[in-house]
Write a protein that binds this ligand. Structure first.
Ligand SMILES: NC(=O)c1ccc[n+]([C@@H]2O[C@H](COP(=O)([O-])OP(=O)(O)OC[C@H]3O[C@@H](n4cnc5c(N)ncnc54)[C@H](OP(=O)(O)O)[C@@H]3O)[C@@H](O)[C@H]2O)c1
Length: 359
């Protein structure tokens, strides 16, 4: 195998962020994308090697032929791409999935990955890593808790451009094939099992450690599975500050989301959403935050925070740090989320600082 990291979707926002972090770490990198000139612009003068692959299948064929040791997949929706790419990899695989369907599907490959002696990492972006790391810290050396709630509060500077196919398709993909509810329904974990939840439900007003306030609400994120695995809790809720949680949005959500079951409407919405122009904007707040509240059966409650920088930068740093470690032989066979494999210290290596209760 060749000792390099390939980035699929190397021209995208996340692909470029991962490439910059790999370059900072001195890791040999190849940017893979569909368009030669966009690839050249993404690599910059004297930057990473580039490779044109006209489609995902073409990229998978190149992986089989050239056998890179590590592949970072940034092409969503990951429910459609993760299996194709992971199957093609002779070595280790990472992706940025952040929904229950894709994260669950990759974690379900654990036994096969162990048997093949390979490592698969899913959820290697801001949300899963920021929240599961706090849960790992709060639960260290303690018995299995009863309940966990995690909240992700990203702060992202937006670059001008269109939203793009990958992100639009991921947003509208829903949860195909996920047990415990409908495709366009939320999820929570009740008595150890996935169960229906309302998207935008369980709203909570949080005061961040910097003194500002934010409201988070439930969303079927990969964080849900990662928090359950990190804690073993029977009841888990995952929430985000990015879900519209006002009264009107809460009333509309159960009416609008089921309409997406209609394929023609979903495709129309995907095209319109992909073309939406985003204006450049600064970060809404200085830091991004991961937050968790863990409750034990005896009534003990512990709450903790992880403070990070721009969430898009974190989504570059986590896969780069993890890919570098895999290339250096620091992984172990199986399928994991980032902190489950490398511990809560991984987030610190990506610029994070914990704010935890004194125990
Ligand atoms: N876990 C997290 O915290 C986190 C954070 C950020 C993003 N994400 C996820 O990461 C994904 C990418 O987000 P992004 O913001 O980087 O999107 P983006 O800027 O639109 O980049 C997407 C990349 O994928 C490529 N691509 C799209 N469809 C493709 C296809 N069918 N075949 C081959 N290449 C294709 C694009 O190539 P072209 O240049 O050729 O179009 C582009 O390089 C999304 O699914 C998003 O949800 C996760």
């Amino acid at each position: 195998m060749s000792a390099e990291v390939w980035i699929l979707g190397g021209t995208g926002r996340s692909g470029r962020a991962v490439a910059a972090e790999l370059a900072r770490r001195g890791v040999p990198t190849v940017l893979v994308g569909r368009d030669e000139s966009r690839l050249a612009a993404a690599a910059g003068p004297g930057g990473a090697r580039t490779m044109v692959a006209a489609s995902l299948d073409d990229a998978a064929a190149q992986i089989r032929r050239q056998r890179p040791e590590v592949v970072v997949n940034t092409i969503g929706p990951f429910t459609a791409t993760a299996g194709v790419v992971a199957d093609a990899c002779p070595g280790h695989y990472l992706d940025l999935a952040n929904d229950v369907a894709a994260v669950g599907a990759t974690l379900a490959r654990h036994d096969a990955a162990v048997a093949a002696g390979r490592t698969l990492i899913t959820g290697a972006g801001f949300g899963v890593t920021a929240t599961e790391s706090v849960v790992v810290k709060l639960c260290e050396g303690r018995p299995r808790p009863l309940r966990v709630r995690v909240d992700m509060v990203p702060s992202i500077a937006m670059e001008a451009g269109v939203l793009g196919d990958a992100l639009a398709a991921t947003i509208l993909d829903g949860l195909p094939g996920v047990e415990g509810g409908g495709r366009f329904q939320g999820r929570r974990i009740v008595d150890g099992r996935l169960a229906p939840a309302r998207v935008g439900g369980d709203p909570m007003r949080l005061t961040l450690p910097d003194g500002t306030g934010v409201t988070t609400a439930s969303m079927p994120l990969g964080e849900l599975l990662a928090a359950q695995r990190a804690s073993g809790a029977r009841h888990v809720v995952a929430a985000s500050s990015e879900v519209p949680s006002g009264g009107v949005a809460r009333a509309l959500m159960p009416v609008v989301l089921p309409l997406l079951n209609w394929r023609a409407l979903r495709e129309f919405a995907r095209r319109r959403l992909a073309a939406v122009r985003v204006a450049a904007a600064g970060r809404p707040r200085e830091h991004s935050w991961g937050h968790a509240v863990v409750t034990w059966a005896d009534g003990e409650v512990r709450e903790g925070w992880l403070r990070l920088g721009d969430a898009q930068d974190v989504t570059g740093a986590v896969p780069a740090e993890a890919a570098g470690r895999l290339l250096a032989g620091a992984g172990r066979p199986g399928a994991y989320t980032p902190a489950a494999l490398f511990g809560a210290e991984l987030a610190e290596a990506c610029g994070g600082s914990y704010l935890l209760p004194v125990s």
